[in-house]
Design a protein. Structure first.
Ligand SMILES: Cc1cc2nc3c(=O)[nH]c(=O)nc-3n(C[C@H](O)[C@H](O)[C@H](O)COP(=O)(O)OP(=O)(O)OC[C@H]3O[C@@H](n4cnc5c(N)ncnc54)[C@H](O)[C@@H]3O)c2cc1C
Length: 403
C-alpha cells in the first residue's frame, strides 16, 4: 500500500498539486485556478447567492460575460457538493418562467445520469445514429484565426468552464463542419472542464453531432452575431467568414437503439446497505461534499480519497481540475480526519472495510467489486432509474417527472 500524502494547505494548494500530481496533468504550468474555487464553502456560497431572475432569456448569452444568465453551478453539481434536489429547492421563489426553465435544465442533468447508468462505457460510440461528419475535412477543427473559436478555446483552457451555447458550437464545429472525430473533441473538452463528466459531456457531444436525434446541431455565423456580436465584428475573417452558411453534413444512418428503450440500469441501492462494520469512509470524485451520505452516516470514521493514478495517467486532466478537487479535499480535512493517497483504490483500501456512497458510473462498480465494502449509501437521484426508455429526453421526462 502506498504511503499517505501530506494534507495540502488551504488556501493555496497549487504547489501541492504540482509536487504530487504534476506528472499527471495535460497542461503543467498553466493557471492554478479556473473560474471556480473548490470546496463546500464556495459551493454553498454559490447556492446562497443564486438568483435566476432573467435566466430564461439570458441562459444562452455568451458575451459579454456580465450579461450571461447561466449560473455556473455545474462544477459543484458534478462533484456532488450540491445535489440536484438542493439546487431545485434554492429557486422555489424565483419568477415563474425563469424557475421553470432552470428546473428543466437541472432535469437534463438527471437525464444524462440516467442515460449513462444504462449505457456505461458503450457511450464512447454513437448511440442512435452515425454522427453527421462534414466534408471536406478541415486541417484544424478549431482554427485560431476565427475570433469566436479562439475566444471559446481560450475560455475553456484558462477557466475550465463554458456556457452550454459555446459547448454546442465547439462540438458542432469540430465534427459537423470540420469533419474531425467527435470522440477526440469530447476527450479534449472533458480534460479541461471543471464539470467534465462522461454522463453529460458524452451526451452533449452525441446530441450536437446528431448521434442522438435525426438532426445535428448547426453552428454558423448567425449564432455568434446573436450571442457574442463583439467577437464577430473584431474578427480578422469578418469579411470572409468560413461559417457564413449552415454546415451541410447530412445526418448519419440509424443504429439499433432498442436496448435504450428498456434495460438494466446502474442505479445502486434505494436504502443504505450495511453488510459489516465499516472502518473508513471512501470518498469518490462523484460525491465530495460534506453532506455526502456515507460521511453523514458514519460521523466518527476517518475519510479516505485516492487519486487514482492509473486512471489519471490515462485521462490527463487539466491542472485546474486537480486544483479544484484538491481544494475541496483540503477544506474537508479541516473538519474531518482525512487520508489522501496516490495509487489505485484496490491496493489502498485492500485491508479496509469502507462505507461509500454509490456512484452511478461504471468505474465505481469495477473498483467497488474488488473491495470489502461494508456499507453502500444511495446516490441522491431525483428519481430512481427503473429500466425505462432513455432514447430521448422527451421520451424519458414524461415518466420521470410524474414519479
Ligand atoms: C458538448 C457539450 C458538453 C457538455 N459537457 C458537460 C459536462 O461535462 N458536464 C456537465 O455538467 N454538463 C455538460 N454539458 C451540459 C451544460 O452545457 C452544462 O451543464 C452547463 O453549461 C453548466 O453551466 P451552468 O451550471 O451555468 O448551467 P445552468 O444553465 O445554470 O444550469 C443549472 C444546472 O443544470 C444542469 N444543466 C444545464 N444544462 C444542461 C444540459 N444541457 N445538459 C445537462 N445538464 C444541464 C447542470 O447541472 C447545471 O449546473 C455539456 C453540454 C454540451 C452541449
Amino acid at each position: 500500500m502506498p504511503n499517505p500524502l501530506p494534507i495540502p494547505d488551504v488556501p493555496d494548494v497549487g504547489p501541492w498539486v504540482d509536487e504530487h500530481l504534476g506528472h499527471l496533468v495535460c497542461d503543467p504550468g498553466s493557471a492554478a485556478r479556473g473560474r471556480h474555487r473548490g470546496g463546500q464553502l464556495a459551493a454553498d456560497a454559490a447556492l446562497a447567492s443564486l438568483d435566476v431572475t432573467g435566466y430564461a432569456r439570458r441562459r444562452s448569452t455568451v458575451h459579454p460575460p456580465s450579461a450571461r444568465g447561466a449560473t455556473g453551478l455545474s462544477p459543484y453539481v458534478r462533484h456532488g457538493l450540491l445535489t440536484l434536489a438542493e439546487v431545485i429547492r434554492a429557486v422555489r421563489d424565483a419568477p415563474g418562467d425563469d424557475r421553470r426553465k432552470f428546473v428543466d435544465e437541472v432535469w437534463w442533468q438527471e437525464y444524462c445520469r440516467h442515460l449513462y447508468a444504462r449505457v456505461g462505457t458503450a457511450g464512447r460510440a454513437a448511440l442512435r445514429r452515425e454522427p453527421a461528419v462534414g466534408t471536406p475535412r478541415w486541417d484544424e477543427p478549431l482554427p485560431a484565426e476565427m475570433a469566436c473559436l479562439r475566444h471559446v478555446r481560450a475560455e475553456l483552457e484558462q477557466t475550465g468552464w463554458l456556457v452550454n451555447q459555446t459547448r454546442m458550437w465547439v462540438a458542432s464545429q469540430w465534427t459537423v463542419r470540420a469533419g474531425h472525430d467527435w470522440a477526440d473533441g469530447e476527450a479534449w473538452m472533458f480534460r479541461h472542464l471543471l464539470d467534465g463528466s462522461r454522463a453529460a459531456n458524452r451526451y452533449g457531444w452525441q446530441w450536437s453531432v446528431g448521434a442522438m436525434t435525426s438532426k445535428p446541431y448547426g453552428f454558423a455565423r448567425w449564432q455568434v452575431e446573436r450571442r457574442a456580436r463583439a467577437w464577430c465584428s473584431s474578427c480578422p475573417l469578418r469579411d470572409a467568414c468560413p461559417i457564413e452558411q449552415w454546415p451541410e453534413a447530412a445526418s448519419g444512418a440509424p443504429l439499433d437503439d432498442s436496448w435504450l428503450r428498456s434495460g438494466d440500469d446502474l442505479a445502486g441501492p434505494s436504502t443504505p446497505e450495511v453488510r459489516g462494520e465499516p472502518d473508513v469512509v471512501w470518498l469518490t470524485a462523484e460525491s465530495l461534499g460534506t453532506r455526502d451520505p456515507a460521511l453523514v452516516a458514519w460521523p466518527d470514521l476517518p475519510a479516505v480519497f485516492v487519486f487514482d493514478e492509473p486512471l489519471l495517467a490515462r485521462l490527463r486532466l487539466s491542472r485546474k481540475r486537480l486544483v479544484f478537487l484538491t481544494e475541496t479535499l483540503a477544506e474537508l480535512a479541516e473538519h474531518r480526519p482525512l487520508e489522501l493517497y496516490l495509487g489505485s483504490p484496490a491496493s489502498v483500501l485492500r485491508d479496509r472495510s469502507p462505507a461509500v456512497t454509490f456512484a452511478p458510473v461504471p468505474g465505481f462498480r469495477t473498483r467497488a467489486e474488488r473491495l470489502d465494502v461494508a456499507a453502500v449509501h444511495p446516490h441522491p437521484w431525483l428519481v430512481r432509474p427503473a429500466g425505462r426508455d432513455v432514447t430521448s429526453h422527451s421520451a424519458w421526462i414524461r415518466h420521470a417527472r410524474r414519479t
